[in-house]
Ligand binder design. Sequence first.
Ligand SMILES: Nc1ncnc2c1ncn2[C@@H]1O[C@H](COP(=O)(O)OP(=O)(O)O)[C@@H](O)[C@H]1O
Ligand SMILES: [Mg+2]
Length: 271
Amino acid sequence: MSLIEFKDVTFVHQNGVTALKGVSLSVERDELVGIVGENGAGKTTLVKHINGLLKPTSGSVTVDGKNTRDVSTAALARNVGIAFQNANQQLFSDSVENEITYALKNFGFDPGLIQKRLDWALGFFGLEEYRKSSPLILSGGEKKRLTLASILAWDPDVVVLDEPTVGQDAIQKEKLAEIIKLLHSAGKTIITVSHDVEFLWTLQPRLLVMKQGSVVGDGPCATVMKDRMLLEGARVSQPQLVQLYDALNVRPDQPFRDVSEARAWIERGTS
Ligand SMILES: Nc1ncnc2c1ncn2[C@@H]1O[C@H](COP(=O)(O)OP(=O)(O)O)[C@@H](O)[C@H]1O
Ligand SMILES: [Mg+2]
């Protein structure tokens, strides 16, 4: 059985907007998944079903064999950590430190471990100097990092990142890509929602493409990103390296993952 299973899931928001239309998909344990799609395609609505924050209007979602209708959101949260798109909806503590330790205390971690996780999270996400500050004074990018820090601190099996690169500079994005790869190699299931195709390209995930509440593409990142018709239909742009690769009219077995690979190929070809 797959770790996450959506069966014919339709979701209608209270205002009558149908945000998911008959979505069926499964995610296996240890998978690295990216979800791309234009604004309003239903990406956030979809991931909110994974921790039971939203329940399907029809159809079903199961996580680790349990139907999200039958399990409390609190119980699901231990296994599924979601860093929301809008950090302001997530942050509620009076200090950065308390924000990170809140869930750890709730889940009953012992004090020594809480301290260790807190120090790691503050250091890794560059939030040390704000330890005692209110989350409200942080910049948008810092708030975003704080939501990630609080989730990774409790080490859930499934990590969902909704638009994690918004407000992050290039260095922070590299760090983020690094930690996603690290978590993935440590056996986590990671789902990254992003309209940032360059960021997703560096991760090379299994990529889902969403359009108007449906999943219209699903496959290895390199395959999906080469499908110009599919991307245009979903109003998603192609990563620059894929455009370069097309413009050069090359068909190497492995697409360029980064600039250095592209450069090596070009140098080989022109020498
Ligand atoms: N809380 C809400 N109430 C009503 N409609 C919503 C709500 N959240 C999202 N929607 C609508 O559902 C659709 C999908 O939104 P969303 O899942 O946020 O898309 P994405 O994350 O891909 O931008 C959009 O039409 C959006 O306007
Ligand atoms: Mg969204």
